[in-house]
Design a protein around this ligand. Sequence first.
Ligand SMILES: C[S@@+](CC[C@H](N)C(=O)[O-])C[C@H]1O[C@@H](n2cnc3c(N)ncnc32)[C@H](O)[C@@H]1O
Length: 226
Amino acid sequence: MSEGLPRGIRSFVLRQGRVSKAQRHALDTLMPRYGLPYGPQALDLPAVFGRVAACVLEIGCGMGETTAAMAAQNPQTDYLGIEVHSPGVGSLLKLAAEQGLTNLRVIQHDAVEVLREMIAPASLAGCNIFFPDPWPKLRHHKRRLIQPGFVALLGSRMQAGAVLHVATDWENYAAHILEVLSANPAFRNLAEGYSPRPGQRPQTKFETRGLKLGHSVWDLMFERLP
Ligand SMILES: C[S@@+](CC[C@H](N)C(=O)[O-])C[C@H]1O[C@@H](n2cnc3c(N)ncnc32)[C@H](O)[C@@H]1O
């Protein structure tokens, strides 16, 4: 089993989303403060954040409202957000600066490559993946982020006791995620099946959209075993 996604498959398509003036300004001025360039060497997290603290990764942070809210609520924890789309990264940078956050950094790159190259083994204290792209068509299921190879890679980067928290509003993706995570012996389900919605997860933009469409939401919380 190859670690990550099958060769040549990406879990996103880079659309030319409109970048607002404010997002452009944030991208131009705040990347030096909050952004980490992609590169093929493991991050030294204490050097990046200027302290030794638990570091939680968020993959696909979208417009970043959840990431910024969690970083503001938990100043003792460091947050590393990964997102490929410029409007989202610009929006997150703006929120980080407005709130004066010091415990947040952003990488604009494919999370699979970031995990492989930049995240040291057993270094993450947690990982959040909220509303990953569902790729609903059967022929696109290979693009879904949460697959056995990806979970093996992510698991190798998580510390014992770290919690992987996934939420989705697509029922058959939820079932697939439950199956894939349950099949990986490095993880233990913290619930029987799906988890009750944990209070610490703010409502995300995609969640709001799904709820308006009448979708339900499934949370999954799995602990990395020693
Ligand atoms: C459906 S959106 C959800 C965004 C946000 N978490 C929310 O709940 O509002 C999924 C996001 O994941 C990002 N994404 C998908 N695959 C990614 C990857 N391999 N690396 C980084 N970001 C990715 C997409 O660009 C998109 O913004």
